[in-house]
Design a protein around this ligand. Sequence first.
Ligand SMILES: [Zn+2]
Length: 338
Amino acid sequence: MTPVRRSAALASLALLATACSVLDTTDDAPPTTISDAAAPTSTTTPVLPAAAAPTATTMPTTTVPLGPPRALVTPTGVVVPVRGGGPGAWIVGTPCHGEATVADGGPIHGVTVLIDPGHGGDDEPGAVGAGGLQEADLNLDVAWRLSAALAERGIDSLLSRPADYRIAVIARAELATVIQPEVFVSVHHNGGETVPREAPGVEVFHQSTSDGSRRLGGLVFEELMAAFEPLEADWVGGPLHGVSYRLNRDDEDLYGVLRRPVGVDTVLTEAMYLTNPSEEDLLDDPAVLDLEAEALATAIERFLTTDDPGTGFIDPTTFRGDLGSGGGTVGCEDPPLE
Ligand SMILES: [Zn+2]
């Protein structure tokens, strides 16, 4: 047994009782309302005139200046929101939600789809399968495949976490709020208590206050179910199978990645149960990951180009307990930015 496998098995034991997305429910930042979450962005980010703020990286043939970038891809490949500064000394937010100055980076003026691979870094593997497959790695793999699938459809995208490093939920949300994509999708794979099911136990969560997020969630659910149903597996599922929103004890969206982005239609997907060995076997197959990525791309394309309502909606739920501090900033160490 390699050290990696051993630590994965231990993590698996610790995670058996909790769904993977539980790790993204809260963080250690001071209690924050949506307006609080928006404050750092609106006070430190240059306000872009509408005419100079395109929402796609594929620029039309125009000579309108782009203005300052909304985000940068640093020389080490880390995606960071721009808070101020200028060429040679950009002030940026870091993955641990600190602040740093970087000299240069690839400018991001806007993007249609921001893809958020859940978890990441040594401390936050997310759910772990019995065979050792870690959710953070799996989410990243699917995110890159989704980016490629979108590109084939002419839809530009960006990953909030393009590599294996830790990034706080509040930093993911800042990126979404600053970039203002048309779609923000957080890619996860599930863990936790389940019962056997005849069909895939797909779960999708949307924002309680956004009609766009709800419709996007319905389309994502519809496409994932259609893609997985022909597959053979000993499927499992939980009571949240379907599309829904979850509230916390303050009647806000439970998951920080849904609660914190301001003005961005966001969904969180739990495509399969990684902690179910039969589904882990499927997720070990690149062809299945392509199937999942294509389903997500189709759902996003339908969201952007049709008024289709989606399917699979179930009643919302409220969780009044305390789900832990995963996804926060305590103990977080930023990756090198330059
Ligand atoms: Zn997760």
